[in-house]
Design a binder for this molecule. Structure first.
Ligand code: FAD
Length: 396
């Protein structure tokens, strides 16, 4: 049985979201992938916001029909969006990853200014951790944040790279060092910076093999000044915010991987049932049904792990107690997306690597970023293994 962890109500919600995506996103897939038209993404994001689908994670703000909205519903939205277009899904997932710490850790005035516009699809957010010399080892970042006692402002300098929604977001959460004398876990702080702050610039946008249409680039901060109230949480409390943002992001990424994997699988199983080779349907050949069976198992494993992690979160489990499950969901779903996209290309033969014959080649390119973003597969394995072997210190 698919959707094992979903209630009747969750399944009805999935149908509703699926109908929304086929109405609002499906007709625009080409504009996003082929023309890389970001305005089209903004139009769909606005519609998503107006339908209330970006507030699912925030029950105090949600006004829709679900009596108990939660991460499981946000995962369903991600999955259904990624099924059609992974680039679009990353744009909204990034905005949500920014909205989440604002909702939880920002001062009331800032929440009011920045949160609702993101959740209503009227503006975008971005999260900035990665730097030129610091990726997986995010705690070793070099961006500096200091407090100017005279003006009462935070002053931020540094360069972030590989930042989703860079130059398009209206607000950026930036992590930096506030106390270099202590271990990084105790000396990082998170600050909210509006895009139009003096000293903010976006020197470079990247050109990726997949996720065509999404925007990823550098964010440079040259003595950027923001008011004291832009501090998120506590001074030197940035690492804790980062960890909770990672949990949330990884469960959502489970949904992204699942959407991409399911999309590829649908193409593969259809082709295997239609294409005739050596007088028989492809799906009648053992080497082909082996691939179909492996994809089926991996997709179900991804779904069970992702939905379990989301339901755990919705039942109040978080922080370190969710780290293993969130990492398992992200690891298995993203590797499954790569596996399924690759096997689908193989089952399609020439059609699999040709742009004129459907989306298999796009899914193959799109899937490849999944094991890299939001904590690489290796980092997820570290977090899982560290929880499973608490008596030893793993050699990172
Ligand atoms: C499309 C895209 C969008 C992104 N969006 C954002 C964003 O919005 N915000 C943001 O902050 N970042 C973003 N990133 C950055 C992403 O989080 C990093 O690329 C990722 O964390 C890996 O860092 P790195 O690229 O520096 O690789 P590295 O950390 O240099 O790692 C290179 C390889 O070595 C492995 N490795 C590293 N250390 C170890 C170890 N101790 N043991 C074993 N293996 C190890 C890694 O798993 C990886 O396979 C994005 C990246 C991409 C590609």
């Amino acid at each position: 049985m698919r959707d094992f962890f979903l209630t009747h109500e969750d399944r009805a919600f999935r149908e509703e979201v699926r109908a929304f995506m086929s109405r609002e996103l499906a007709p625009k897939m080409d504009l996003i992938e082929r023309d890389q038209d970001f305005n089209t993404q903004l139009t769909v994001a606005r519609a998503l916001g107006q339908a209330g689908y970006l507030k699912l994670m925030f029950p105090d703000l949600y006004r829709g029909a679900l009596p108990k909205p939660g991460l499981i519903h946000a995962v369903i939205v991600s999955e259904e969006a990624a099924f059609l277009n992974y680039a679009f899904e990353t744009t909204i997932a990034t905005a949500l990853s920014c909205a989440y710490p604002i909702h939880r850790f920002a001062r009331a005035a800032l929440r009011e200014r920045y949160l609702l516009p993101i959740l209503e699809g009227r503006s975008l957010g971005s999260i900035c951790m990665t730097e030129p010399n610091v990726g997986s080892d995010s705690a070793s970042m070099k961006t500096r944040i200091r407090f100017d006692e005279v003006s009462g402002e935070w002053v931020i300098s540094g360069l972030k790279r590989y930042i989703s929604n860079a130059s398009k977001a209206d607000v950026y959460i930036v992590w930096g060092v506030t106390d270099p004398e202590v271990p990084p876990q105790k000396g990082l702080t998170a600050i909210l910076i509006p895009a139009d702050a003096d000293g903010m610039s976006f020197p470079r946008l990247y050109d990726f093999m997949g996720r065509r249409g999404s925007i990823v680039g550098e964010v440079a901060m040259d003595e950027v000044r923001v008011p004291e109230e832009n501090l998120l949480g506590e001074l030197n409390g940035g690492f804790k915010i980062m960890l909770s943002a990672f949990n949330f992001e990884r469960v959502i990424l489970g949904g992204s991987g699942l959407g991409v994997a399911r999309s590829a699988f649908e193409i593969a199983s259809q082709h295997a049932q239609e294409r005739v080779s050596f007088g028989q349907k492809l799906g009648q050949k053992q080497l082909i049904w082996d691939m179909i069976a492996q994809m089926s198992c991996k997709i179900d494993a991804s779904e069970l792990l992702t939905h379990r992690a989301a339901k755990m979160y919705d039942s109040g489990i978080g922080g370190k107690d969710l780290m293993r499950e969130a990492s398992q969901a992200k690891l298995v779903a993203s590797e499954t997306a790569v596996f399924c996209a690759d096997r689908t290309v193989q089952i399609l033969g020439g059609d699999g690597v040709t742009r004129q014959y459907g989306r298999a080649e796009q899914l193959y390119r799109d899937a490849r970023t999944l094991p890299i973003v939001g904590g690489t597969s290796e980092m997820c394995k570290y977090l899982i293994a560290a929880r499973e072997m608490p008596s030893i210190r793993l050699n990172l």
